[in-house]
Ligand binder design. Structure first.
Ligand SMILES: NC(=O)c1ccc[n+]([C@@H]2O[C@H](COP(=O)([O-])OP(=O)(O)OC[C@H]3O[C@@H](n4cnc5c(N)ncnc54)[C@H](OP(=O)(O)O)[C@@H]3O)[C@@H](O)[C@H]2O)c1
Length: 237
């Protein structure tokens, strides 16, 4: 159980972050969720039960990140699922678009750890998010793959530097979340069906599958510096 534990989930208004909020609340934690959209945060809060606080925060804004952690004070666990990702062929991707991706997913997590770590209790943990395209090259994912690889490397080094705070990284495979809401229903279903037919587990993942991985990393005091692959065997095919 996570009674009397304060957990911050940045990106907690949607997908994996929201399911992590739901699970850790069920386990008795006090949960703070943060992301850019107040509307999404309010909807998320309405869908949750328990002690939840919401904060608007853009992780690409260093001052906002610094002020956020100063405002919330001491915490036990930090989970960062915040990301807005995109794909595209390397030669056809504008350099600015590539930089934006790093800015959001890599530098966002970097800033959250930089300003969040000093507020963590000694037995605390940090969970960062990488992703399958760091480990399985895919056409159109040169930039996102590089971002994800950078996050994984950052997490492993920080497990040494920030010890005894534990730092771990999750690498999700294809998970059905609102991150693909811009695709048409037909295109998204086709993508998921095609992927499911190739995966050893014969299905794509759900946000809950990854949330249970976050819970494991928060709870297991002997796990640090690991990259937990929650990908239905995607890395093997
Ligand atoms: N779903 C997959 O198939 C998959 C695969 C591999 C890796 N992953 C990784 O898993 C993590 C979670 O993904 P997900 O599928 O749960 O995504 P999601 O449903 O799109 O949720 C992303 C969250 O990040 C927030 N966010 C985005 N940019 C932000 C910013 N600049 N500052 C603060 N918050 C920001 C969003 O809320 P606002 O819009 O309100 O800011 C939202 O709450 C990400 O790192 C993603 O790359 C996912």
């Amino acid at each position: 159980m996570l009674t009397n534990k304060r957990i911050v989930i940045i990106g907690g208004s949607s997908g994996i972050g929201l399911e992590t909020a739901r699970l850790t609340l069920e386990k008795g934690a006090e949960v703070i969720i943060a992301s850019r959209s107040e509307k999404k945060l309010k909807e998320a809060k309405d869908s949750l039960q328990g002690e939840v606080t919401i904060f608007t925060l853009d992780v690409t804004d260093e001052i906002q990140v610094k002020n956020f952690f100063e405002k919330i004070g001491q915490i036990d666990h930090l989970v960062i699922t915040a990301a807005e990702t995109s794909s595209g062929l390397f030669l056809e991707t504008e350099v600015d678009v590539a930089r934006q991706l790093f800015n959001n997913k890599f530098w966002g997590q970097y800033l959250c750890v930089k300003y969040g770590a000093p507020h963590l209790t000694k037995g605390g943990s940090i969970t960062l998010f990488s992703g399958i395209v760091a480990y399985k090259a895919m056409v159109g994912s040169a930039v996102l793959g590089s971002v994800n690889a950078a996050v994984a490397s950052l997490g492993q080094t920080l497990a040494l530097e920030l010890a005894p705070i534990r730092v771990n990284v999750i690498s999700p495979g294809i998970i059905d979340t609102p991150s693909r809401s811009k695709m048409s229903d037909e295109a998204r279903n086709q993508f998921y069906e095609g992927m499911a037919s190739k995966l050893p587990v014969e299905k794509v993942g759900k946000a809950k599958d990854v949330a249970s991985g976050v819970y494991y990393l928060i709870k297991n005091h002997f796990v640090t510096g690991t990259v937990l692959h929650i990908d239905g065997g995607h890395i093997l095919i």
